[in-house]
Design a protein around this ligand. Structure first.
Ligand SMILES: Cc1ncc(COP(=O)(O)O)c(C=O)c1O
Length: 398
């Protein structure tokens, strides 16, 4: 336990809660979850499941209909084929990933991950007692994840590479050609690739992103795909994700899960079947709304040239570079900046420290346009006050 840390986003949440209780009007851009309601037909399927007393244990990996629904979606979306014993439903993409890490990695193994990145991936590698080896992507090219960087981090001890695309917190997409290069080398060396596709349906620009197809064609024997209903269908609280991969790995994930949490909630499973097999127009509608919000908040924030950000292609975050606003006599770190933004402007963001890349703030635009406008105004005023404080300090020095 001493090796792992709990979720670093908790601090902001606690501060926001304290301010709210004190009556402050808090604008929360910290949340990593959709603000939309779960679609009606999905909720109805859950209500029906309860009415029909579908409330017992199910097979550990999920009912056959759910596994078929997941297989059909990946077949339709990416043209990849998985057998029923090559898919398992888990309590969120998070459990699907944790199962895969524990099944595949162990002491002495190195696992290549990328930063800025979602903190749970690194912590899960550590839970498996393996060693994370971090590849750093750069803000200047929109955090593009290149094959060369990943392969340069590979050593004889490398057992796995974990890729998240679209990425949290950057929204960056990995190019198919880059993944193909990594997959070919991984196949040659017998290295596992775990691909976290949690934000796969939230892609705004017409960029090819059939990463599942790339892995299926080049490296199917040693690849695991993980996905989730959470972000795509606004179902974070329902807890349903999945993993697709070779039967032995899926069976190992099932063995782990059987001793930890058993099956995904039976009612959630019926809801997830409705989500995956039902009309997908709700997904398109939410994506279009996110796109409009992304464009708005990006335009508003980057109007100040000291806030730099390449417009991200996916997910629902802006990862803004605020290093030009940090200084020894003002706020020296993005964590200090973020704390002050909460306390003084009542705007919650997540500092880059949480994603192993300080100097940035993650702004979630999974909130209403009115809230985003308010946040942009408050951030603008906060930065303006910062300038004033500095000019007073400088004239005082003279
Ligand atoms: C990159 C990434 N992967 C996976 C997950 C897991 O989400 P869930 O467990 O709700 O499916 C998240 C959630 O924030 C995420 O950001």
């Amino acid at each position: 336990m001493s090796k792992i840390s709990s979720s670093p986003t908790l601090k902001g949440l606690l501060a926001a809660e304290r301010l709210r209780r004190a009556g402050a009007d808090v604008v929360d851009l910290g949340a990593g979850e959709p603000d939309f309601a779960t679609p009606e037909h999905v909720k109805a399927a859950a209500v029906e499941a309860i009415a029909a007393n579908f409330t017992r244990y199910t097979p550990n990996a999920g009912v056959a209909d759910l596994r078929d629904a997941i297989r059909a979606r990946y077949r339709e979306d990416y043209g990849v084929e998985y057998a029923p014993n090559e898919v398992i439903a888990s309590a969120g993409g998070k459990q699907a990933l944790a199962n895969a890490m524990l099944a595949l990695f162990g002491p002495g193994d190195e696992v290549v991950v990328h930063a800025p990145g979602w903190p749970s991936i690194v912590e899960q590698v550590k839970l498996a007692e393996a060693t994370p080896v971090t590849v750093r992507t750069d803000a200047s090219d929109g955090f593009a994840l290149g094959a060369g960087q990943i392969l340069a981090a590979v050593t004889p001890r490398t057992r796995g590479i974990v890729i998240n695309s679209p990425g949290n917190p950057t929204g960056a997409l990995m190019a198919e050609s880059a993944l193909a290069e990594v997959a070919d080398e991984a196949a040659r060396r017998g290295i596992w690739i775990v691909l976290d596709l949690c934000y796969e349906k939230l892609i705004y620009d017409p960029q090819p992103h059939n990463l599942a197809g790339v892995l299926a064609a080049r490296h199917r024997d040693r690849s695991v795909l993980t996905g989730s209903a959470s972000k795509t269908y606004a179902m974070t609280g329902w807890r349903c994700g999945w993993a697709l991969g070779p039967a032995e790995v899926v069976s190992a994930c099932g063995a782990l899960q059987s001793h930890m949490t058993s099956n995904v909630c039976s009612i959630t499973q019926r809801a997830a079947i409705a989500a995956l097999t039902g009309p997908q127009a709700c997904v398109d509608a939410m994506r279009e709304e996110y796109r409009a919000r992304r464009d708005d908040i990006w335009t508003w924030l980057t109007a100040d040239p000291r806030i730099r950000c390449v417009k991200p292609a996916g997910a629902f975050y802006l990862y803004i570079d605020i290093s030009a606003l940090l200084s020894a006599d003002g706020y020296p770190t993005s964590a200090a900046f973020s704390d002050a933004l909460i306390e003084e402007a009542h705007v919650v963001t997540t500092p880059g420290e949480a994603f192993d890349a300080p100097g940035f703030l993650r702004i979630s635009y999974a909130t209403s346009t009115a809230m985003l406008r308010e946040a942009a105004d408050r951030i603008g005023a906060f930065v303006g006050a910062l300038d004033q404080k500095r000019s007073v300090a400088t004239s005082g020095e003279r």
